[in-house]
Design a protein around this ligand. Structure first.
Ligand code: NAD
Length: 468
């Protein structure tokens, strides 16, 4: 039997069957995860529905519970981080940051208020707008930041008074299952249920009649399926989907100063971040020095097993994703692009792909137009900043983007023209727990984090009281 169990109605539950989880650093199965049956999912939904009645009543208790969750997470961070590195591939130091990041998100969310707006209060009457929970939230997460992205959903959903049934990606179920196990003693039974299984389990959740809201993070293709699955029942949805972020580097920057930030903006987590830099547009006057700086960094980075303390970049998380990166870089190569570094899978075990910089490439090539979600960065040139903005916007994606310049006001003016949820100036990937995060266009519907993210787990009720 698997040492990892699901959490249903406050109890550890083995799966009806199990499936293997691969360590991407070796390419071999290292643990088994439970496979949730339809009947077990029904049990989790029933438990969440029952628990909702009491959980919705006491806001202060919910706040306190989130704080206790943060403490429990910190107390077991070492154990969680090791599991995360083994199933996801990221370096242990980054995995540890992800766990502590989860604790920070819980604490910040616990401090948010659920406002009551008073629209009228006079001799005729009082009109208040209150925010009420939906009921049972179905939450579905991807494999790049399994723990943190689960908490982005669990924390605000629970604070608002909802109960949750959450399913992690089949590539990375273990840290989330462990989270469930750790929080079983902290969160009342039925309030937070963690189930694991394949994609079909996600489809069962998004069409389950008990679910009132689906909160999803993952690809655009799956996001569209979820929107369709939610429609017959008019379930509310929040969709945090893919991105193809452009970073636009103006001619006035110091290449030495920005190169490191640009590199890690693109290659952190081996490029497997929704809002990583995925297309780099550099002014032609500084194109050469920027490319040289980036090449030096790419060649010096240490790639390896995340459990090795020297490792800066881990493997790609899974085989299909590795094959996708191989395909996109090969396509660019065939189109005549120049591969400056990497451009190939590392020989030996595991899903390692060398950090890859690609020049001599234009818009219209798949590596530029599609989301690569891996360690391969196309670097393009521009002459005119307005033209670069137009090229950055010529896409269905709209998650985030950045402008790099010494002229901060110009940077802000240009970033505000980007058609995306977050515009950064002189930084990328600066995501904080109190600011809303979400995408325009195909990159999503709705927002997570901070007061806006909390509001997304509530619906309004107007309380209109006559006086006199
Ligand atoms: P994915 O869409 O393949 O899978 C995400 C989750 O959805 C998994 O748990 C999966 O099992 C489940 N799923 C698959 N098919 C389903 C269906 N028909 N119905 C319901 N659930 C289903 O995505 P992925 O490959 O795990 O993650 C990578 C993608 O996620 C990238 O596109 C990335 O940009 C995006 N992402 C977005 C954000 C954001 O906040 N915008 C954050 C991280 C990742």
């Amino acid at each position: 039997m698997s040492e990892f169990t699901m959490t249903i109605d406050g109890k550890g539950v083995a799966g009806a069957a199990s499936f293997g989880v691969v360590n991407p650093a070796t390419g071999r199965v290292f643990a088994q995860a439970p496979e949730c049956s339809k009947a077990q999912l029904d049990d989790a939904m029933e438990a969440a529905q029952q628990a909702f009645r009491a959980w919705r009543r006491d806001e202060e208790k919910r706040r306190q519970t989130l704080r206790e969750c943060a403490s429990a997470l910190k107390a077991r961070a070492g154990e969680l981080a090791k599991v995360l590195t083994q199933e996801q591939g990221k370096p242990l130091a980054r995995a540890t940051e992800e766990i502590f990041g989860g604790a920070v998100w819980l604490e910040v969310t616990a401090g948010l208020q659920i406002p009551i707006d008073v629209l009228q209060d006079n001799e005729q009457g009082r009109i208040e707008v209150r925010r009420k929970p939906y009921g049972v939230v179905g939450a579905i997460t991807p494999w790049n930041f399994p723990l943190l992205l689960a908490i982005w959903k669990i924390a605000p959903a629970l604070l608002a008074g909802n109960t949750v049934v959450l399913k992690p990606s089949p590539f990375t179920p273990l840290t989330t299952l462990k989270l469930g196990e750790i929080l079983r003693d902290v969160v009342p039974a039925g309030v937070m249920n963690i189930v694991s299984g394949g994609d079909e389990l996600g489809a069962w959740i998004s069409s389950h009649p008990t679910v009132r809201k689906v909160s999803f993070t993952g690809s655009v293709a799956t996001g569209k399926k979820i929107a369709i699955a939610a429609a017959p029942d008019l379930k509310r949805v929040t969709l945090e989907l893919g991105g193809n972020d452009a970073a636009i580097v103006l001619a006035d920057v110091s290449p030495k100063q920005v190169a490191e930030k640009l590199f890690w903006g693109a290659f952190s987590n081996s490029g497997q971040i929704c809002s990583a830099i995925k297309r780099l547009y550099v002014h032609e006057d500084i194109y050469q020095p920027i490319v040289e700086e980036l090449t030096t960094i790419a060649k010096s980075v240490k790639m390896g097993d995340g459990l090795d303390p020297q490792t800066q970049l881990g493997p790609i998380n899974n085989k299909p994703q590795l094959e996708r990166v191989v395909e996109l870089v090969d396509d660019a190569r065939k189109a005549g692009a120049k591969i400056l570094t990497g451009g190939q899978r590392r020989q030996g075990e595991g899903y390692f792909y060398e950090p890859t910089l690609v020049t001599g490439i234009s818009d219209g090539t798949r590596l530029v137009d599609e989301e690569q979600f891996g360690p391969a960065l196309p670097i393009l040139t521009f002459r005119n900043a307005e033209d670069a903005i137009e090229r950055a916007n010529a896409t269905h994606f709209g998650l985030s983007g950045s402008v790099w310049t010494r002229d901060v006001e110009r940077g802000k003016a240009l970033a505000s023209q980007l058609e995306c949820g977050t515009g950064w100036v002189n930084q990328h990937l600066a995501i904080v727990p109190f600011a809303p995060f979400g995408g325009s266009k195909w990159s999503g519907i709705g927002y997570e984090n901070g007061p806006y993210g909390l509001a997304a787990f509530t619906e309004l009720q107007v309380l209109n009281t006559a006086k006199g």
